[in-house]
Design a protein around this ligand. Structure first.
Ligand code: FNR
Length: 186
């Protein structure tokens, strides 16, 4: 049934991460023809250009998961007003060797939850710069700035009542974005 596989990249390694929870809860808002691969980034080595010709098994796995996906969903916290280093490390790995980037042309969306009131807005803006360079068409609107506060999730881990309508509209926009771009690449 699933036609569109989305690689989900979460920028937090924390066990109880709000962003991990957000990613799982968002998946449930997609239609049945979407499936998800949680991309693992916690076991990647630090990027070193010397290794481009001899990538580790973890890097080969990362690039393979991105390559076969029809889209990429980035769900990330904001660290010191930018993207977490672990996320940038993963992006750099899959972008190399030069000319062999796994990201090229993958329709993406960025969203993130933060305990701060601006809901990862600055991290997302930095991420958009990186993705623009990598030729990743990234959903512009609506923007997904999520404030991690009481009630964001219900007891079952679903999006709570107050944010459900907005986040469903956000998912719907990304679904259209993926389908539009999948059509242009067919
Ligand atoms: C943060 N946090 C944070 N929050 C924010 O809104 N803007 C920021 O610039 C930062 N900077 C920052 C740096 C570092 C190193 C840490 C550890 C944390 C707080 C952050 O929003 C909070 O820890 C979230 O819970 C992180 O997301 P996860 O891990 O719950 O997904």
């Amino acid at each position: 049934m699933a036609t569109y596989n989305i690689a989900v990249v979460v920028g937090s390694l924390r066990k109880d991460s709000f962003n991990k929870k957000l990613a799982k809860a968002l998946e449930k808002l997609f239609p049945a023809d979407f499936s998800f691969t949680q991309v693992r980034i916690d076991d990647l080595p630090l990027y070193n250009q010397d290794d481009d010709g001899n990538p580790s098994a973890q890097v080969t796995r990362l690039k393979g998961e991105i390559t076969v996906a029809q889209g990429v969903l980035f769900v990330t916290p904001e660290y010191n007003r930018s993207v977490p280093g672990v996320l940038k490390n993963a992006i750099d790995h899959a972008s190399r060797p030069y000319g062999k980037s796994a990201w090229d042309g993958k329709p993406a969306a960025v969203i993130g939850a933060s305990v701060g009131a601006i809901g990862t807005a600055l991290a997302q803006q930095h991420l958009r710069n990186i993705l623009a360079y990598l030729n990743v068409p990234t959903l512009g609107q609506p923007e997904g700035f999520v404030h991690a506060k009481e009630g964001l999730f219900d007891e079952s881990g679903n999006i709570g009542e107050a944010s459900r309508k907005f986040l469903q509209s956000w998912v719907d926009a990304y679904v259209s974005w993926v389908k539009t771009h999948a059509g242009t690449r067919a």
